[in-house]
Design a binder for this molecule. Structure first.
Ligand SMILES: CC(C)(COP(=O)(O)OP(=O)(O)OC[C@H]1O[C@@H](n2cnc3c(N)ncnc32)[C@H](O)[C@@H]1OP(=O)(O)O)[C@@H](O)C(=O)NCCC(=O)NCCS
Length: 190
């Protein structure tokens, strides 16, 4: 694999990296990969001035996943996967724990457009940062959207297609638009 050119461009590349050709990097000196990282082709890793992307150990970033920190941050714990076509926008900060599996086409936000003044364009009113936090051992189903400012607990399951706009307690299974708790996981499952 092509670790050497990436070692030059990134702040840190851990041991035993599996880095594929055509990883799209911007602000590489603000991006760190832990040991045993697998980063597939056409993944975007981007951190603007003041921003950072930090990936823990044994993480997999699958083709076309986009992790864009902007001036904020994206922090991924250990043993996480970010699957194909996911978009993580870290403007307000995204903190993700360990053992989190994020299925394809999921979008995780951490900001919103200000829109209080209906006489001005939405675009001209700027953005508000809203930090998003996800605990440990979370499974996020495909095509989910996590809105900015949400706190998702640990051992949570987000059903496919959910739009999560409120905090989710530990051990909850949530589904729907907007996402609601459909059940709590039983002790026998844990
Ligand atoms: C959430 C999930 C794990 C099922 O959990 P479960 O606790 O076994 O839920 P059930 O299948 O028993 O369904 C419970 C209720 O939730 C509803 N439900 C389940 N998944 C739902 C979804 N994605 N959206 C809306 N409602 C959903 C069911 O219709 C059912 O409703 P009812 O009680 O009115 O009949 C599964 O539906 C799911 O979304 N898996 C994610 C799959 C995926 O994205 N994989 C990616 C590759 S790893």
């Amino acid at each position: 694999m092509l670790a050497l050119p990436y070692r030059v461009r990134l702040h840190r590349v851990g041991r035993r990296p599996r880095l594929f050709p055509f990883i799209l990097i911007s602000g590489g000196r603000r991006i760190a990969l832990g040991d045993d990282a697998r980063v597939e082709s056409f993944v975007t890793l981007s951190a603007g001035r003041g921003g950072r992307v930090t990936i823990g150990e044994h993480c997999e970033l699958r083709r076309f996943a986009q992790l864009e920190a902007d001036s904020g941050y994206i922090e991924l714990g250990h043993r996480c996967s970010v699957n194909q076509f996911c978009v993580l926008n870290g403007f307000g900060g995204i903190k993700i724990g360990n053992d989190v599996r994020i299925a394809a086409h999921t979008v995780i936000l951490s900001s919103t457009h200000n829109h209080d003044n209906s006489r001005q364009t939405i675009h001209s009113q700027g953005m508000s940062a809203l930090e998003t936090v996800i605990g440990d051992d979370v499974w996020i189903g495909t095509h989910s959207v996590i809105l900015g400012g949400v706190r998702i607990g640990s051992h949570v399951i987000i059903a496919t297609g959910a739009i999560v706009n409120q905090d989710v307690p530990d051990y909850a299974v949530v589904a729907g638009v907007p996402a609601k708790v459909i059940r709590m996981r039983l002790e026998s499952e844990i």
